[in-house]
Design a binder for this molecule. Sequence first.
Ligand code: 13P
Length: 250
Amino acid sequence: MRKKLVAGNWKMHGSLAENAALLAAIKPALVGIDAVVCVPFPYLAQAQAVLSGSSITWGAQNLSDQPKGAYTGETSASMLLDFGCRYVIVGHSERRSLYGETDAQVASKYVAAQAAGLTPILCVGETLAERESGVTEAVVSRQLDAVIQAAGVATLAQAIVAYEPVWAIGTGKTASPEQAQAVHAFIRSKIAALDATIANGLVIQYGGSVKASNAAELMAQPDIDGGLIGGASLVADEFIAICRAAAKHE
Ligand code: 13P
């Protein structure tokens, strides 16, 4: 049986003082529950210092697809490893829509992350216009295919997929458990057509306005294996409740 795994994506939020308070609250509350926080680059050292030895691991929200060199402003996978990162988000919809990341660039970041031993959290998901025009599965397929073609389906054994419908991110509008389950099942069946064992073991997180109040019914779905949490990951009580709801459905 797959484990459920909840990851917080802090996005561009936080300060040393705010993070200290948040981490101090979640660390003792999540003893024995695996969870992840993906923090802004400058706070990786803080996450490492506070969370080392706990059941909470940490990661970044982006990385360069290049190992080193004249790439001003970029951060490599090996730099993330220096700060104890285990995970890195790739292809978040905000990276795709605001910074123009293409499917091909996302795939090369995925490859760079795995080459360094990091576990990529690969985000996929459709916009509202795409859902309304009935191309949700085609969009998610295209995003997955770019990675499968670049890296091979077997590499999904060392990756997490996060289904994040763009229309549900930060909008307060969550996909219903049935809507989310349907796309998760589609993703798993698509991978299963290539490799049933990989598909069965693949952790597929749901992201998009997950809160303490809706976590239980989402986490109860058979193909929802955890969550990627934005706004609610910044509120200790919310994040703790979501992680506990996921653990309950393992
Ligand atoms: P919200 O939980 O704020 O909707 O954000 C979801 C998300 O983008 C996580 O990566």
